[in-house]
Design a protein around this ligand. Structure first.
Ligand code: SF4
Ligand code: SF4
Length: 208
């Protein structure tokens, strides 16, 4: 049957059509009674491959580049990569990110350079996981993990704070504030050769 051929109408609609137009009855596609046709669909489906997901008993494995929950990454000495520039917030089409920058001082240093992200929030009621924010981040501070378990039963708990988004401290890292350990200025952090498997690489796995 071509796509332009109207599907045969049944029941009262078909009777009305024939009464209006005097057309002959629509051609039947099967000589089986309708209940037998219906159960035939059920019966044939019994032998098809089951696609049921056993989640949450069997966790879903995402693709490696799946866009899940965000992570704010750290340098290998534990200082934060975020410099509070707000570019991620400006890039976000859903207005889901809120950033307030703060000034580092010699007594309280959270990131290399002048500024750090003093307040950082992502509203997961707004986020559409497009990834534009991580493209905009100049320091690779902001990346996305594969974690997709973000459901909750209230609005407040879906606004994630900086403390929730920060990557965990790995071995060899020290919780900020502390002085710069990898060089005398911020360029030393960005111009050095990355070490394979270094803790400076973004966290892409599921957080504990
Ligand atoms: S993933 Fe897209 S919507 Fe979500 S915070 Fe980033 S830019 Fe905004
Ligand atoms: S996460 Fe990146 S883009 Fe956003 S404020 Fe921090 S450094 Fe800037």
């Amino acid at each position: 049957m071509s796509d332009l051929t109207p599907a045969p109408r049944t029941g009262g609609a078909e009777v009305a059509r024939r009464a209006e137009t005097g057309a002959p009855p629509a051609k039947r596609t099967s000589w089986l009674p309708a209940p037998a046709q219906g159960f035939g669909v059920t019966f044939s489906t019994m032998f098809k491959k089951v696609t049921t997901e056993e989640y949450p008993d069997v966790p879903k494995q995402t693709k490696p580049r799946y866009h899940g929950r965000h992570v704010l990454n750290r340098h290998p000495d534990g200082l934060e990569k975020c410099v509070g520039c707000e570019l991620c917030a400006w890039a976000c089409p859903a207005d889901a990110i809120y950033v307030e920058g703060g000034d580092n001082t010699e007594d309280a240093r959270f990131s290399p350079g002048e500024r750090y992200g003093r307040v950082y929030q992502i509203n997961y009621l707004r986020c559409i996981f497009c990834g534009l924010c991580i493209e905009a981040c100049p320091t690779r501070s902001l990346t996305m993990s594969n974690d997709f378990e973000l459901a909750d039963d209230n609005r407040q708990d879906l606004i994630f704070t900086k403390e929730q988004l920060m990557a965990p401290l790995l071995p060899g890292m020290e919780a900020p504030p502390h002085p710069m350990r990898l060089g005398s200025d911020e360029r030393d952090y960005y111009l050095r050769d990355p070490e394979p498997g270094s803790a400076a690489e973004p966290v892409v796995g599921e957080r504990p």
